[in-house]
Write a protein that binds this ligand. Structure first.
Ligand code: M6R
Length: 606
């Protein structure tokens, strides 16, 4: 999704802005642009398509100046075009700004102006015209800040903004609401960005802006104000430079690298969280004894992790419900101080998940988040946090984060089963021992990647791809189908296997591929029966199971045998197989695996 970088220092801004934008590329974008103050005026350059196009333009124009802002746009309002890309500006580029988020009342705000002044279809441009209109052009900093706050009060929606004004040749301004912005503090240079990776090469000292805080940055100083223009003291964090500045190593994509990192990151997570897990996350008796309802909320892959959480936590004698965050925020659910809301998010910045968290909090619910980015908004606004510690996940398609989200639910459920006396202490110890085996078992699946590759190569031309499974396997079917859609652009649908003959079976013919996930012993024969029904209609069957017997071999055109594993945990292994399956199909189809079309890594708009 859109990315922001701002630079102010004693060196030429262009190279910092371009290198920042390069680091933000993984978020997904369709155009990019920069604005640079040359000491007299603000110059803007923009280009459609890949960043290299903008690079060429910058080189040709030889933009000079030490203060600038840059942006990569993922179109929301208005098609992909130079006019609609950012920076957006007021008349004569007197005000230039870049924006992440959505201004919901932009059409209404445009009524303050003659329609002819607008050159774009964006929801952003009006902000530049408004600041231009309400700033008195006296060159007095205080007056400019007043004008910005005055305009912000008119905006409805979400924004992270980096702003430049012709009157302040040595400054950039940054302000946010419901969309992240982080400040990078360097030596004789300071940065603002939507994401640390944009400037981590130059500094690892950061501070986070909260909603409605406004930062004024120049080469030497960073001043941060609240809405009443009080100067704020902000905490400065040192983030891990190594972790935030990774390359692909010997892998051809971040996705493949991240798939193969899984044994290590799962092992680290399990080691770090093996003992007194509930104590470590401060989920104490007082809270647990009060809880009547548990909601699990997330988006996309994180939502599927919630569905798995719902299925395994349902053993507790409590109301447990997983909801997509985008639905949760608009539904009339019973939500009060006896509710525990578990918010799951890799980035910790997903707009719907954050909004859902805030609604839950407002209603008195306790918030436990499962996140990968420790300093993210979701983590900061939660009462309790499980940090999955997967390291940066760069590939748009989430892989290792999902496995760790499942691992987090596994540990949490084992502890809650024990706490609520669903299992004995010995059963708890057995489960913990089984959990410890997961990294090694994941390794075993990964070692068979050539086998998965050859199955994938057989099915590149399949139409109507179905992923089927029951209960826990159905969750993996959903995640497997999502992965294939995302990176291979193939239309894959997931169904609970028993649902197929209630309609979708009409689509099955010789061009169909049916991926059956069959890991649960008690329903093994039932799911195989459903796969046989597809086979009888000429569909090709790929079975993923831990049971290799006459029945499974008979049903399958291709079969992948998973290593023996506890019933509750084995779906995680099946998913590793599906990650590789999607990867090899996408690779063979020549897709841009790490940056699939139309997608963004971090969805910071509703
Ligand atoms: O950062 P989050 O976990 O909150 O992101 C949620 C979804 O946007 C994300 O899982 C998305 O579905 C991925 N592209 C899946 O691969």
């Amino acid at each position: 999704m859109c990315g922001i970088i701002g630079f102010v220092g004693n060196e030429s801004a262009c190279s910092f802005l371009l290198s920042g934008l390069e680091k933000l590329e993984y978020r997904g974008y369709d155009s990019a642009g920069v604005a640079i103050h040359d000491g007299k005026k603000i110059n803007i350059l923009k280009a459609k398509g890949k960043l290299a196009e903008l690079g060429k333009k910058i080189e040709a124009k030889n933009l000079i100046g030490n203060v600038g802002i840059g942006h990569m746009r993922w179109a929301t309002h208005g098609k992909v075009s130079e006019e609609n890309s950012h920076p957006q500006s007021s008349l004569n580029n007197k005000i230039a700004l870049v924006h992440n988020g959505i201004i919901e009342n932009y059409l209404e705000l445009k009524n303050e102006f003659d329609k002819n002044i607008f050159v774009s279809d964006t929801d952003t441009e009006v902000i530049a015209h408004l600041i231009y209109k309400y700033y008195d052009w006296t060159g007095i900093l205080d007056n400019f800040i007043d004008a910005v706050y005055f305009v912000l009060k008119k905006l409805k929606g979400s924004y992270a903004l980096a702003i430049m004004c012709e009157d302040f040749k040595d400054k950039i301004f940054a302000v946010k609401k419901d969309s992240p912005l982080v400040i990078g503090i360097g030596e004789n240079k300071n940065f603002v960005a939507s994401d640390i990776s944009a400037f981590i090469k130059y500094t690892n000292e950061v501070c986070y802006l909260n909603d409605n805080e406004l930062a004024v940055l120049d080469e030497k100083n960073i001043n941060i104000f609240d809405e009443n223009k009080n100067v704020l003291e902000k905490k400065v964090f040192s983030v891990d430079k190594e972790v935030n500045n990774l390359g692909k190593g010997n892998y051809d994509s971040f996705m493949l690298k991240e798939i193969f990192e899984q044994p290590k990151v799962i092992k680290n997570f399990l080691i770090d969280n093996s003992e007194n897990f509930l104590d470590e996350i401060n989920l104490d008796e007082k809270i647990l004894d009060e809880v009547e309802r548990i909601y699990l909320i997330g988006c996309g892959t994180a939502y599927y992790a919630c569905l798995m959480g719902e299925k395994i936590l349902s053993k507790l004698n409590l109301f447990v419900s997983a909801q997509p965050a985008s639905e949760f925020r608009y539904s009339d659910l019973v939500l009060n101080k006896k509710s525990l809301v578990i918010v799951v998010s890799q980035s910790g910045e997903t707009a719907d998940s954050l909004a859902a968290l805030r609604i839950a909090k407002k209603n008195g619910a306790k918030i436990l988040s499962i996140v990968n980015v420790r300093e993210s908004s979701i983590a900061r606004e939660s009462d309790f946090v499980i940090n999955i510690n997967a390291g940066p996940e760069i590939s748009v398609a989430s892989t290792k984060a999902f496995s760790l989200m499942l691992s987090a639910f596994y540990i949490l459920s084992c502890c809650l089963y024990k706490y609520f006396k669903i299992i004995s202490h010995n059963e708890f110890l057995d489960l913990k021992n089984d959990l410890k085996e997961i990294p090694e078992l994941v390794e075993k699946v990964l070692k068979q990647h050539e086998k998965i590759k050859s199955v994938a190569e057989k099915y590149l031309l399949s139409k109507n791809i179905f992923y089927l499974g029951r209960n826990l396997d159905y969750v993996i079917a959903l995640e497997g189908a999502l992965k294939l859609k995302e990176i291979a652009y193939l239309n894959a649908q997931a169904y609970p296997s028993g649902e197929l003959k209630h309609g979708p079976i009409a689509l099955i013919d010789e061009s169909s591929l049916i991926v059956g996930i069959v890991t649960q012993k008690n329903i093994f024969d039932k799911t195989l029966g459903n796969l046989e029904e597809c086979k009888a209609r000429d569909g090709k069957i790929f079975v993923i199971t831990q049971y290799e017997n006459e029945n499974s071999k008979d049903a399958a055109d291709d079969i992948f045998i998973l290593p023996e594993c506890n019933q509750i945990f084995i779906p995680l292994l099946a998913n590793i197989c599906l990650q590789l399956f999607a990867y090899y199909i996408a690779k063979n189809l020549g897709r841009d695996i790490d940056k699939p079309k139309n997608l963004a890594k971090s969805v910071t708009v509703e």
